[in-house]
Design a protein around this ligand. Structure first.
Ligand SMILES: NC(=O)c1ccc[n+]([C@@H]2O[C@H](COP(=O)([O-])OP(=O)(O)OC[C@H]3O[C@@H](n4cnc5c(N)ncnc54)[C@H](OP(=O)(O)O)[C@@H]3O)[C@@H](O)[C@H]2O)c1
Length: 304
C-alpha cells in the first residue's frame, strides 16, 4: 500500500484528502514510479471540480505531471530511443494520478531526467511545456512574425512566449502588471489584458500570429487586428475554435523527445521554467488552493 491524493466527490480543493491505495504491478510497456515531484495544472482542478465530465469511479486520483524513480518495470518498457528502462532510473513525464507516493506510468510518456535538471522542475514540465511546444508546432513562428501571446506569465504562456522569442520573432505578451518585469526579463514586451487590449496592442505594431494560452481575449484581439484565423491557436477556448475558425493546439508534438529538448534548454539557461512553490503530499489542499487562486508565476509542485 502507499498514499495518494484522492477525492470522493467533485468540488473545490477541500474535497481532496490523502488515503491509502494498493500498489499495482506495471503491465507491459508500463513502469511503477516512486514519485519525487508532481506538478499541478488547471486541468487537474477542472477535473476535480467536475467542469470536465468524467464517469471514472470514486475515489478518484489526481495529477498528471511527474518526476520519479523507477521502482518496477513491466515487460518491454523502453525509452523513445529503444533502450530499456531500468529499476532505479530517474525519469520525468506524465502519469495519470501522479500526486501520490507511487504511480504507474506508460513508458511512452517518460524520458530519462537529465542529472542537472532539478527534480521539482522536471516534475512540472510535461503539460505546460509540451502544450507550449504544440502551439508553435500548430502555427510555425519565425523571425518575420510579431506574436501576441495571451496569458504570457502562465505555465503554458511563459514557455510559449520564450519559444517564440527564440525563433527571432517579436513577442508581445499579456499579463498582470505585477508580471511585466518577468516578461521583459525574457525578451517579451508586456501588455495588460482586459478591456481595450486590441487598441493597446495596435499601438505596439502589426501582429501576425496569436497564441492564446489563457482563454480567448487574445484571439478576439487578433480578429480585431486582422490576424488570419489560420495564424491563431487556442488551448483553452473550445467555443472560439468553432466560432473564429482558429486552431486547437495539435497533440502530436507532446512527446518525450520534445520534453527532453525543453529540459536541455532549461539546463543550458535558454529557457526559464520557474517553480512558484512546493508542498508536501499532506498539504495537497493548500497546493490546489494556490493553483486555483492568484499565485506567483511558475508551477505549484507536490513533493510526496
Ligand atoms: N488544451 C490543452 O491541452 C491545455 C494544456 C494546458 C493548459 N490548458 C489550459 O490553459 C489554461 C492556462 O493553463 P496554465 O497552466 O498556463 O495556467 P496558469 O499557469 O494558471 O496561468 C494562467 C495565466 O492566465 C493569466 N490570466 C488570468 N486572467 C487573464 C485574462 N483575463 N487574460 C489573459 N490572461 C489571464 C494569468 O496571468 P497573470 O498572473 O499575469 O494575471 C496566469 O498567469 C488553463 O485553462 C488550462 O486548463 C489547456
Amino acid at each position: 500500500m502507499s498514499r495518494a491524493a484522492l477525492y470522493d466527490r467533485t468540488g473545490g480543493p477541500e474535497v481532496l484528502y490523502v488515503g491509502e491505495v494498493a500498489d499495482v504491478q506495471p503491465q507491459p510497456g508500463h513502469v511503477l514510479l516512486r514519485v519525487r515531484a508532481a506538478g499541478l495544472n488547471p486541468f487537474d482542478s477542472k477535473m476535480r471540480a467536475g467542469f470536465i465530465p468524467s464517469d471514472a469511479p470514486f475515489p478518484r486520483r489526481i495529477g498528471g505531471d511527474v518526476a520519479g524513480t523507477v521502482a518496477a518495470v513491466g515487460d518491454g518498457s523502453v525509452y523513445g530511443d529503444g533502450t530499456a528502462i531500468q529499476v532505479g532510473d530517474e525519469v520525468f513525464g506524465r502519469a495519470g494520478g501522479a500526486i501520490a507516493e507511487r504511480v504507474v506510468a506508460s513508458a511512452s510518456e517518460l524520458a530519462k531526467r537529465p542529472e542537472a535538471l532539478p527534480v521539482e522542475v522536471a516534475g512540472g514540465m510535461w503539460v505546460a511545456g509540451l502544450t507550449a511546444v504544440s502551439c508553435l508546432a500548430t502555427i510555425p513562428i519565425g523571425e518575420d512574425d510579431t506574436v501576441l501571446v495571451g496569458g504570457a506569465a502562465g505555465g503554458v504562456g511563459f514557455v510559449a512566449a520564450q519559444l517564440a522569442v527564440a525563433t527571432g520573432a517579436r513577442v508581445i505578451g499579456t499579463a498582470s502588471e505585477r508580471n511585466h518585469e518577468l516578461l521583459r526579463s525574457v525578451g517579451v514586451e508586456p501588455v495588460t489584458y482586459g478591456e481595450g487590449l486590441a487598441d493597446r496592442v495596435a499601438g505596439l505594431g502589426q501582429v501576425t500570429a496569436v497564441i492564446d494560452a489563457h482563454g480567448r481575449d487574445a484571439l478576439d484581439a487578433g480578429v480585431q487586428l486582422g490576424v488570419p484565423a489560420d495564424r491563431m491557436v487556442a488551448i483553452a477556448a473550445y467555443a472560439a475554435v468553432d466560432e473564429l475558425g482558429v486552431h486547437n493546439a495539435e497533440r502530436a508534438a507532446r512527446t518525450p523527445e520534445n520534453l527532453l529538448e525543453l529540459a536541455d534548454d532549461v539546463v543550458a539557461g535558454r529557457l526559464v521554467f520557474p517553480v512558484a512553490a512546493t508542498y508536501p503530499l499532506d498539504e495537497v489542499v493548500a497546493a490546489f488552493t494556490a493553483v486555483d487562486g492568484s499565485h506567483a508565476p511558475g508551477k505549484i509542485v507536490v513533493l510526496p
